[in-house]
Unconditional design. Structure first.
Length: 322
């Protein structure tokens, strides 16, 4: 489905995808004086560890997982934008080991600048992803906004004993990342009109792949911690996992798979501003052994819109996860 609007969707926004997220350092400063959500006996996961979603116990067999995710477009096709944003929002539910039950749409659109057909296509894309996940978009809220914004508030259910968090990794665990890196690089190349058709196809395929695996991980032996890799890049979300466990995480710089064409684009200087902001926020907590090329560092801090799950699992359980 093609955009019926005479303007590029991405031209209406100053940023795109999870690259729109506030840098980790800025976010930490803004939240520094916020009180922790203590004193609520049924709140199992709150803001303390920067986890992917909030979790509240409903009863002995059910806990409610709640999250919200929205951003500006990284592509011009409104249907694809809706699919990407919805997939990204549901990822937080899966990262907690839960199955989604329904979603609410979050919509901010520049009425008068964007054709109604484009907005309808965007909403249809989000609804299509939710249908694939087996849930409805049961409502939402919309505003007239200067820049196009779309996402979901997503809710899911999980057994209280099977909640997965980013904070329980064990010493000796191995890491598994379920998607290749480079979404931010491809989206930057797209905005610069430098992305080849095969690169765009890889971008769409990765960002619209649901992380449904998360709902099954709690039943696999040795899975200790899970998070999804999004706007803070692989290093940033690994740092949250390390901090939650009180451990260090060792990452081989060349260990993660790359999406097609990403290395060449990085070597040509294509990168997002968010990548540099991420490194400025947490680079002092990353120890580099040996030489690390600038392009490789930019890859490891590259914001991943609708990225993969980062799984910490005991070595003997890794084969079954794979």
């Amino acid at each position: 489905m093609q955009d019926a609007s005479p303007v590029r969707l991405t031209s209406l926004a100053h940023g795109g995808g999870c690259g729109c997220k506030l840098a980790p350092g800025v976010l930490a400063e803004l939240l520094a004086d916020m009180p922790l959500a203590r004193g609520f006996a049924d709140l199992m996961v709150g803001t303390e560890t920067s986890d992917d979603a909030a979790v509240s116990r409903l009863n002995d067999s059910q806990a409610l997982v709640a999250t919200t995710h929205f951003f500006m477009p990284i592509v011009d096709d409104p249907y694809d934008f809706g699919r990407i944003a919805a997939t990204n929002a549901l990822s937080d539910v899966y990262a907690m080991g839960a199955r989604p039950i329904f979603a609410l749409a979050i919509v901010g659109m520049p009425i008068g600048k964007l054709a109604p057909d484009s907005i309808r296509a965007l909403l249809a894309g989000g609804a299509a992803v939710c249908a694939t996940a087996g849930i409805p978009v049961a409502g939402g809220h919309s505003i007239d906004s200067a820049e196009p914004i779309y996402g979901l508030a997503a809710l899911g259910l999980v057994h209280p004993d099977k909640v997965l968090t980013n904070r329980n990794a064990h010493a000796g665990d191995v890491l598994i990342l379920t998607k290749a890196l480079g979404v931010g690089v491809l989206s930057a190349a797209f905005k610069q009109e430098r992305l080849a058709p095969e690169g765009y196809a890889a971008l769409i395929a990765s960002t619209t792949q649901l992380n449904t695996l998360g709902a099954a991980l709690a039943d696999l032996p040795g899975v200790h911690a899970v998070t999804d890799v999004t706007g803070f890049g692989l290093l940033g979300h690994a740092l949250e996992m390390a901090r939650g466990a009180g451990l260090a995480i060792e990452i081989e710089a060349g260990g993660a798979a790359l999406l097609p064409g990403v290395e060449n684009l990085l070597r040509e200087g294509v990168r997002t501003g968010a990548s540099a902001r991420n490194w400025a926020s947490y680079g002092d907590r990353v120890r580099i052994s040996g030489q690390l090329a600038d392009w490789r560092r930019d890859l490891l801090t590259d914001p991943q819109t609708s990225g993969g799950l980062l799984i910490a699992v005991a070595e003997e359980g890794a084969k079954q996860v794979l």
